[in-house]
Design a protein around this ligand. Structure first.
Ligand SMILES: [Zn+2]
Length: 444
């Protein structure tokens, strides 16, 4: 069995787009600040020209401010372009997309509760995976390493886990992190001996807490790779204590405009300059320049062509640290931490804890609602508040309910509640979940 598994190459290494991008990123790894700026300006010009020629939506926006591809010269010109946001793409997707070959439609609710879909092309997806791998290399990960993964995907197998030889990974359900089930995962890990643990910080935290409280052993690992949620200090601390290994985190999103990860030495977010152009803006839309200042992350993707993202407001927030990391020497933009990514939980009837990130479905489930929000004030009972589109029929609502319940499990009672509006928080942010229960977790 073991020998047979070793013969199967890691699936990503058979993707040409992945391999080409891995090579490019390693060549570009020692670029200085001037070389990076040249590259970024050239990429901005390319993406602006492409979007102007191929999409009526961007052409209209750029014409309004009098910027056409031949007149685009500098970063100052770039900053004159208007922002785009989720609402604009939700309501005018086709005007902002191109009919590129092999594109696929993907959707995201994100942490903000504004569902919208866009198109992704296969080249971009390969480059996305390669960019993440490039960052993981910094902490010693490589394709084919054994990994135990907690995934927000229902696993319909005995033991709630499944081995995937193409990625040499053992996937465990993050919906079943109750003590009896975590003990099943732990025992399997003792045989499998993973080199890495890959998880949402919230899932890793629950598992680490279980190991700590029951004083049970776990095989020695090289590190913990966290994704999809902001990593909080209390989680990092516990993961480090329990596993005795480095905790690596990155910031990214489905739209593929910004990627930023830790380096070999420091737990700060190094913005990858070959992936996209990242800006932090204050509430008036001006660039954030002071270390310690919070700004909204605005991204322009260099890799997405099917639906280009140009000056896209993510509704995620980060704290600027500065330019250049003294520890590794990379002349990148560096963020101290990610702020305002909402990381929240619901509690099911039998006391299971589910991170809302796991409910962020990447299919067409929310296509017929304008906005939604989960609300909980009683264990096991969740209200799904939604603003319906005209296309939202009774049949669609019961289908949404059924599909959400597959994710939540049958110990949850889910009420579907159409509403006219969903209020923003004082800071003007959308909340994905209003949680009235006080949960037994430390808060930052
Ligand atoms: Zn660094």
């Amino acid at each position: 069995m073991a020998r047979h598994m070793a013969l199967i190459a890691h699936a990503d290494l058979r993707n040409r787009h992945y391999c080409d991008w891995i090579d490019f990123l390693s060549e570009a790894a020692d670029w200085d600040a001037a070389r990076i700026a040249d590259f970024q300006l050239e990429q901005l010009r390319a993406v602006i020209t492409f979007a102007y020629q191929r999409t009526p939506g961007y052409r209209g926006l750029f014409d309004e401010v009098g910027i056409t591809p031949p007149s685009f010269k500098s970063f100052e010109d770039f900053r004159r372009l208007p922002f785009i946001d989720k609402e604009l793409l939700r309501d005018h997707l086709d005007e902002f997309s191109t009919r590129i070959r092999g594109r696929s439609y993907v959707t995201t609710g994100g942490s903000t509760g504004i569902p919208f879909g866009f198109y992704r092309d296969p080249v971009a997806f390969g480059r996305e995976l390669a960019s993440k791998a490039h960052q993981y290399y910094r902490v010693g990960w490589k394709e084919g390493d054994r990994q135990l993964v907690f995934r927000g995907i229902p696993i319909k197998r005995p033991g709630q886990m499944q081995f995937y030889p193409r990625f040499n990974e053992l996937r465990c359900s993050s919906y079943h992190l109750v003590p009896e089930q975590m003990e099943v995962f732990r025992r399997r890990a003792l045989e499998y001996r993973p080199e890495w643990l890959r998880c949402y910080p919230s899932s890793g935290y629950l598992f680490a807490k279980f190991l700590q409280e029951t004083k049970r052993s776990f095989p020695e690992i090289k590190g913990i790779l966290c994704a999809s949620e902001n990593l909080y200090d209390y989680q990092k601390q516990l993961l480090r204590d329990v596993f005795g290994a480095r905790v690596f985190s990155h910031y990214g999103h489905y739209e593929m405009a910004v990627l930023a990860g830790f380096c070999e030495h420091e737990d700060t977010y190094h913005v990858l300059p070959q992936y996209g152009y990242a800006e932090l803006i204050d509430r008036d839309g001006n660039p954030v320049t002071q270390p310690g200042q919070v700004g909204e992350i605005v991204g322009t993707s260099f890799i997405q062509r099917a639906t280009p993202f140009i000056r896209y407001r993510t509704r995620d927030f980060a704290v600027l640290k500065g330019w250049g990391c003294p520890a590794c020497g990379r002349p990148y933009q560096v963020w101290e931490r990610i702020d305002g990514r909402l990381q929240e939980f619901v509690i099911t009837g039998t006391g299971r804890t589910i991170a809302m990130t796991a409910i962020n479905m990447h299919d067409d489930i929310f296509d017929h609602v304008k906005q939604f929000q989960f609300y909980q004030e009683e264990k096991g009972k969740i209200v799904f508040r939604y603003i319906p589109k005209e296309t939202c029929t009774e049949g669609i609502v019961s289908d949404m309910q059924r599909r959400l319940l597959v994710k939540f499990g049958d110990d949850v009672q889910l009420t579907m509640q159409p509403v006219d509006g969903i209020p923003l928080t004082k800071r003007g942010k959308h909340r994905f979940l209003i949680q009235k229960l006080s949960l037994d977790f430390p808060h930052d």
